[in-house]
Design a protein around this ligand. Structure first.
Ligand SMILES: Cc1ncc(COP(=O)(O)O)c(C=O)c1O
Length: 378
């Protein structure tokens, strides 16, 4: 928790559940990534948290933006971003969205299939396009590998076809999976990209850009390597494979920029036991899977949880942690060995830390009648 968030919570005592984000911390994280990878342009992945105060702060810092939809593009424009600094990074786009983005001046589009390429040629003629490669997501706590990207051979053919269709075959992208805890997948993916650069150069196509995607991790329950480790590993792999002739480099961080800047404050609604002697208590919070904590699916993202009892060093015991709705899937953690203070009671406040990314936009509109998650940007 940042000092600014602590002060806000103490003074305002906001109704729960709520997300509180320290926008200065967002700026600091942007700066840390820029320092770790000074040669890369940063395209903030808007999907991680599209709140206007975040987008306008990043715009002021000179950030570029990776948008997943025409709606996200419009949010960036409203926040003052120039269209020329936006990439339409989703490989799955409606024709109407491509047209609107192109008309707004968005210069760059992702694809990973022949049909999408045809849609781009027809509706964004002459645009810069980059093909997303299928890469290993080993080590990612929130993998993305099965749904996106294509093989090297197919990507080669598609880039040749892009040129035939009058598009600008600009570069290649990959995503090593979100909350990627190791540097090796970036290094391996850069090797694959470099092979394709060479292949395509032989076909007369000189690619200019490598998009290294997002994936940079934050500390939830477990320690992760620092951003400087990722910067060093990436630059080492880039120079190993491209020598002094480095292409333009792009990164699309989402989680790394905003997760650590926010926390969710929640109230304990109920603490119960299945049988008086059962050591496991069920702790029901006023936020759950449908209130925004969607990434607890499969217990994949394991948030740190702080309570007012922690400071006293009170005894803890095993817990399962669930949300407030009448849905059996609304369980966050049952197998992840969470422990909370034995003193915890209904009415107590708990903080779910580093929840600034991939929470606010996942919150349901009115499931079981609960209002969408309140948000405070300070
Ligand atoms: C195309 C693309 N770029 C960037 C990101 C952001 O990834 P992360 O939040 O892991 O940095 C995502 C996440 O889904 C993505 O799909």
């Amino acid at each position: 928790m940042t000092p600014k968030i602590a002060k806000f919570l103490a003074e305002q005592n906001p109704a729960t559940p709520c997300l509180v984000v320290d926008v200065d911390r967002v700026a600091a994280r942007y700066g840390a990534l820029a320092d770790a990878l000074p040669l890369a342009r940063i395209y903030y992945a808007v999907k991680a948290n599209p709140a206007a105060p975040i987008l306008s702060r990043l715009t002021a810092l000179g950030s570029y933006f990776d948008a997943a939809s025409i709606e996200e593009i419009e949010m960036c424009l409203e926040a003052g971003a120039e269209a020329s600094k936006i990439s339409f990074g989703n490989t799955i786009k409606k024709v109407s969205a491509i047209r609107r983005a192109f008309a707004a001046g968005v210069p760059m589009f992702a694809f990973d299939s022949a049909e999408e390429l045809d849609k781009l040629a027809e509706n964004a003629p002459g645009a810069r396009v980059y093909c997303r490669l299928l890469v290993e997501n080993e080590g990612a706590e929130w993998p993305l590998s099965r749904k996106f990207g294509t093989t090297l051979d197919h990507a080669r053919d598609l880039m040749v076809r892009a040129r035939e269709l009058g598009l600008d075959p600009y570069g290649l992208s990959f995503h090593v999976g979100s909350q990627q805890t190791g540097t090796a997948p970036y290094e391996a993916a850069i090797g694959r990209v470099a092979m394709l650069f060479t292949d395509l150069a032989e076909a007369g196509i000189d690619l200019r850009m490598v998009n290294l995607g997002g994936g940079f991790p934050v500390r939830y329950r477990d320690e992760v390597p620092g951003i400087d480790d990722f910067g060093r590993a990436i630059m080492h792999a880039m120079t190993e494979h491209f020598g002094n002739d480095l292409p333009e480099m792009i990164v699309e961080p989402g989680r790394f920029i905003v997760a650590d800047a926010g926390l969710v404050r929640s109230e304990v609604v109920l603490v119960s036991r299945r049988g008086a002697d059962n050591p496991v208590r069920w702790v029901y919070l006023d936020i759950g899977r449908f209130g925004g904590l969607a990434e607890t699916e499969g217990e994949s993202i394991r948030y740190r949880i702080a309570t007012a009892h922690d400071e006293t060093g009170a005894e803890t015991g095993p817990v399962a942690i669930a949300g407030p709705t009448c849905d059996g899937a609304d369980i966050m953690y049952e197998r992840a060995n969470y422990r909370l203070p034995l003193a915890l009671r209904s009415g107590d406040l708990v903080d779910l830390l580093s929840t600034g990314a991939y929470v606010s936009t996942y919150a349901a509109q009115s499931f079981n009648g609960f209002a969408p998650l309140a948000e405070h940007y300070i």
